[in-house]
Design a protein around this ligand. Sequence first.
Ligand code: THG
Length: 693
Amino acid sequence: MTPELSKRLALLQSALKERILVLDGGMGTLIQSYKLAEADYRDESLAAHPVDLKGNNDLLALSRPDVLREIHAAYLEAGADIIETNTFNATRLSQSDYDLEDLVPRINLESAKLAREVADEFSTDKPRFVAGVLGPTSRTASISPDVNDPGARNVDFDSLRVNYIEAARALIDGGVDILMIETVFDTLNAKAAVFALKELFDELGFELPIMISGTITDASGRTLSGQTTEAFYNALAHAKPLSIGLNCALGAEELAPYVQEMSRITECYVSAHPNAGLPNEFGEYDQTASEMAAIVERFAKDGLLNIVGGCCGTTPEHIRAVAEVVARYPRRELPERPAACRLSGLEPLNIDAESLFVNVGERCNVTGSARFKRLILEGDYSTALEVALQQVEDGAQIIDINMDEGMLDAHQAIERFLRLLAGEPDISRLPLMIDSSKWDVIETGLKWVQGKPVVNSISLKEGEADFIEKAKLCLRYGAAVIVMAFDEQGQADTAARKIEICERSYRILVDTVGFNPADIIFDPNIFAVATGIEEHNNYAVDFIEATAWIRQNLPHAGVSGGVSNVSFSFRGNNPVREAIHSVFLYHAIKAGMNMGIVNAGQLAIYDDLPAELKNCVEDVILNRNDGATEALLDIAEKYRGDGSAQGTRKEDLAWRSEPVKKTPRIRAGERYFRSTSKKIQRRSVSNPHAHWM
Ligand code: THG
C-alpha cells in the first residue's frame, strides 16, 4: 500500500467517526442528459467494432472521459465525500453482451484513474474518496434463468469470482480507496465478490475497505433472491465490511423500514443510497431534491445513517440537498450486539447464549437414510426435496446435507440438490449444513449456498497446516464450522482427549485464523453405547463431560453432535432408539449441548418415556452400572413395534400416507422438556452460556 493510500484510509476512518459521509448520486441519469451518440462510445480502437455500443456507459472512461470528469466534479461540488467509479458493468460477464470482454481491465483502470484525479482536485476543503464499483453482473448464481428447470443456472461462483478479481485488480491499480459491491440482488454473487476481494487482498499484501449495498426489489422487503435484510447481512458479515446498506430499486420512503432494520442489526457502518422515489409510468424519477432530502432527514434524525447518497434519478441537486440536511445530524453510533452464531437461509437463524436447542435435520444424508440414498441414486430429486421439506415441517432449523456415497458423484449430486433446493423457499429459508468427509465436496457445496451455512466438518486430523487452510477458506466463503474432536492421533474417545483437542482447535481458530468464536461449533464425537464392548460404556458420559467443559471454558463456542449415532446398537428398534436419544439429549443439553443432528420428526419427550425404559436407558447413558446394557437388551423387545408400550413412535415414513399433516412433536424453538425445564433453565451465573434452554 502506498503511503498516500494509507493516509487517505486513515482520513476515511476518522471522517466516519465524526459525521455522516455523503456518497454521490446517479451516474446514468446524468449521462443521459448529454444525449450521446454511437460515436461517443467509440475511441479509436473501437472505430470498427461490429457491435452497437451506445448505452454501454462504462466505455465512456475510454471514449469520453471528459463527460465522466464533469459528472464526478458536479457531485464533488455538491458536497459528496465519496464518488463511485463508472464501472457498474465493467466485468467480463456484462461486457460479453458487447463482445468487449478484453476491455474490462482497461475500463476499470481508466475509470478509477479519472475518478481519483477529480477526487484529488477537490480534496482541498475536505478529503474526498473514490469507491471502485463492482456491479452485480447480468447473471444470478442462485436463481434459475429457465422457468422449466429450477436447477438451471447461467453463471457459477468461480466465474463470478474470476470476473471480480480482474475488475477489482484494475480498480485498485487505478487508485480507488474503497471497493463497493453494490446493487446486490443475489447474495451468492456478492459472496463470490467478497471471496474474490479477500483472495486479491491476500495476493497484494494489503486490504482496502469493502462497502456492500444490497437492493430490495419489491414491497416484500426481500432481495430478488428472496432474502430478508437480516439474512442478507448474516450471509455477508464475514466480509467485515466498512459499511453495509441498501440502494436502488426503491425510493427513500419505501426503503426506510429496511434501513432501520439494517441499522439495528449491523455492527459496521450503514449506508443508504435510494432512488429519487419510485419511477413514474415513463420510468422517470420525479422526486425533487428537497422532497428526497426531507425523507433522508428523518433517517438522520433517527440515527440510522453513516453514509448516504443517491441512486437512479438523483442528480447533483439531490446530493447537495441531502448533504445539507445530514450535516445537521450526528452519525449513527455503532451498536454492540451479543456474541452469536448468525446463520441464514432466506431468513436468519441467530444462535446465542439464550437460544433453545437447535435441531439439525439428519435425513438428507445418503449414508444416514436408505430412502434418501435411493432417491438420489435414482435421480428423483424432487422427492428427495420432500425429505428436506418434511424435516422443516417436523421442526428442523438447519438441514444437514451429505452425498458421500461410493456409487455417486458427490460433487454433481450436492450441486444439483442445492440448486434445486434454492428454488424451494419453504426449505431454503433455513440455513444449511454442508456435510462431507471430503473437503472438495464441501467446497463444491459452499459455492451454491447464498445464505450463511455451517461446514460439517473440519478437524486437526491431517495436522495443523491443513486445518488452518480449511478454516481460512470457511471464513472466506462465510461459513460457520463444526470442528470434530479429531487430531493427528485419531478420534477422541475419552473426555480428556476431547477436551484437549477442542481446546487446541479453538486456540488455533481464534488466535491464528481470526475465527469468530461464536462461529465455532464443537462436535466431541457421539459414539454408540450399549454395543456389548466394555470400552464403549462410558462414551456418552465422556461426551457430556467434554460438552460441559467446552461450554464453560471456550467462550461463545457451541456444541453439537450426531445424536442418532449413540443408539446404533439398537438399529431396527426405533422406539428404543428414540428413548436413548431423548435421555442422551436430556443430559447433554443440560451440560450445554446447544445443537444436534437429529431425526427431527422422531424426538421423544423425556418426560413421556415409560419409567422402566427411561430408567434402563439412563443406566446405559450415564454408565451407572455394569449390567446396564444387558438390562436394556432384556426389556428392549417389549418396546419395539406397535405402540403397546407408551413412548413408541410412528414409523419414519408414516407421514407420507397420512391424509392430514400432523403437528410435529417438537417445533422449532419449543422447549425440549416439560416439567424440569424451570429447574435446569439456569446454571452458574458466571457462565455466559448458562441459559441454554
Ligand atoms: N457428527 C457430525 N456430522 C455427522 C455425524 C456426526 N453427520 C452424519 C451423522 N453423524 C449424523 N447423521 C445421521 C443420520 C442418520 C443416522 C445416524 C446419523 C441413522 N440412520 C438410520 C440407521 O442407520 O439406522 C437409517 C435409517 C433409514 O435408512 O431410514 O441412524 O456424528 N458432525
